[in-house]
Write a protein that binds this ligand. Structure first.
Ligand SMILES: [Zn+2]
Length: 480
């Protein structure tokens, strides 16, 4: 008896009285990529934290039998533009418990965090965005702008807005640097860049802002200047020169046909000790705003596509030269069919490449399905059906790897992406035989299937497969 008690104590599962735990997930198969634990365990949650992971049953205020299901750390999405309550609810149903806007970023940062308070079913956070800071420098009338959400109403600035297309002089550089420093002071998670959207930003401009990232010890999250290997090299060289740590976003669309060489280039630099990471979303089409500078003249060569490869999201129609010009003036979301499955699959399976959705805001139920189905799609289609990568590895790419990408400068991320005693109780429970995405380009907001429970900070957001519409347990993720 004594021995058994000692053993239980050693397992962190001291025999307990009722109500020792607020919640117990009983009999689930716990998979924790941080430790490679893969075994049936009972998980005890109290005050929003995981406080016990036990081989023997636990009692608590509420015990949910999750036998036959996988209990995983909640998924962390490093690339989530859609940050409305409804966008985040759709993400929760895909198993995401933390959704961060790191590529586009926001500005001003403090106002954005304040605006999110009480609205979020899952945790949220953002970088300070170079695009927004640059547009604010050139267009002071844009007082606030989460550019990527379209709130800045880019199309209202007319063709060729200066924020994207004019080289920065001393005054604009000063304004941008000050904006970025202020954002970091306000707790932003790094600096976001979309160089393709600000083509007038020279390599020198990017380097001077990378220097701030290096000095403040935060990463630069970068959508490169163009597609293919040369602009990836530009970003890597700038990071090396300035000492900034670098995360290249959506390598599927950034590398397109150059994927094998781009992955090799990234691996070589990582092996040489560079703090360099990347991510991919599991789809062969991209999505952005048609009025953006990505569609400045020359876009066909850059994206390696033409009019008919672009879909106007609102109606589903493919574009012609005439409708392209008309809609570009109006402004709105498009989907570009521009990638090959083989290249996307190569990135998904590649060691160290994280999974991130790049989900853009859904407008009237229209948009890109990646905002709803990315994580279940990797688990169901690419891991289970295509056997592209083992389940544990797939989970690592959506939990511990993104947590580690941030934790050096965002201490609270040390408690996320893990299922361990002391971790935040952000937990995704899914059925390994059934988890699958259901969102399509025709019905992009359809929630994923096979994810019965999603717990954020100890509270359910999805329970028994149902979204709890009023649940708002999401808290800000800040660097400090
Ligand atoms: Zn992007």
């Amino acid at each position: 008896m004594m021995r058994a008690l000692l053993l239980l104590t050693a397992l962190g599962a001291v025999r307990c009285l009722a109500a020792e735990f607020d919640l117990v997930l009983a009999y689930g198969r716990v998979m924790d990529p941080a430790t490679n634990l893969d075994a049936v365990r009972h998980v005890g949650v109290k005050d929003g934290k995981v406080v016990a992971i036990s081989e023997t049953p636990l009692t608590g205020d509420r015990v949910v039998d999750v036998g036959g299901l996988i209990v995983s750390p909640g998924f962390i999405d490093l690339h989530a533009h859609g940050q409305t309550t409804s966008d985040l609810q759709i993400k929760a149903q895909d198993g995401v418990t933390t959704a961060l806007e790191l590529e586009g970023g926001v500005y001003p940062v403090a106002e954005w965090y304040a605006s999110m308070e009480g609205t979020a079913p899952i945790h949220y956070g953002a970088t300070v965005g170079h695009i927004s800071a640059r547009f604010s420098a050139f267009h002071p009338q844009l007082k606030t702008g989460q550019w990527a959400s379209g709130k800045a109403k880019l199309a209202l600035l007319g063709p060729n807005p200066a924020g994207a297309n004019k080289p920065a002089g001393k005054a604009e550089m000063k304004s941008m640097s000050a904006a970025i420093r202020a954002g970091l002071d306000d707790g932003a998670l790094g600096i976001g860049f979309g160089i393709n959207y600000t083509p007038a930003a020279t390599t020198e401009e990017i380097e001077s802002l990378f220097r701030i990232a290096a000095e403040q010890k935060v990463p630069a999250f970068v959508h490169t200047r163009a597609f293919g290997i040369a602009p990836v090299r530009e970003a890597i060289d700038a990071a090396k020169k300035t000492g900034a740590s670098l995360h290249i976003v959506h390598i599927g669309s950034s590398a397109i046909g150059d994927m094998p060489d781009v992955l090799k280039l990234i691996d070589q630099n990582r092996a040489a000790g560079m703090d360099l990471t990347t991510e991919v979303y599991p789809y062969t089409a991209a999505s952005t705003l048609l009025e953006s500078a990505m569609f400045n003249p020359g876009w066909q060569d850059n994206l390696r596509i033409t009019y008919g490869d672009i879909m106007w999201t609102a109606t589903g129609e493919r574009l012609t030269q005439e409708s392209f010009e008309r809609y570009r003036k109006q402004g709105g979301w498009v989907i570009m069919y521009m990638m090959k499955d083989a290249n996307v699959e190569m990135a998904i399976a590649h060691p160290g490449v994280m999974i991130a959705s790049d989900g853009v805001p859904f407008v009237d139920g229209k948009g890109h399905p990646r905002g709803a189905g990315t994580f279940a799609r990797v688990l169901g289609r690419y891991s289970r059906e295509k056997k592209l990568l083992p389940l544990m590895e797939a989970l690592a790419k959506m939990t511990i790897l993104p947590a580690k990408r941030l934790e050096a400068h965002v201490p609270m991320m040390k408690r996320k992406g893990r299922l361990a005693v002391g971790a935040d109780a952000d937990i995704t429970v899914f059925d390994p035989a059934k988890v699958i995405d259901r969102a399509t380009f025709e019905a992009p907001t359809t929630s994923s299937a096979g994810i019965p429970h999603v717990i954020v900070g100890g509270g359910f957001v999805v329970r028994d497969g149902e979204l709890l519409k009023e649940a708002r347990p999401g808290r800000p993720v800040r660097a400090h």
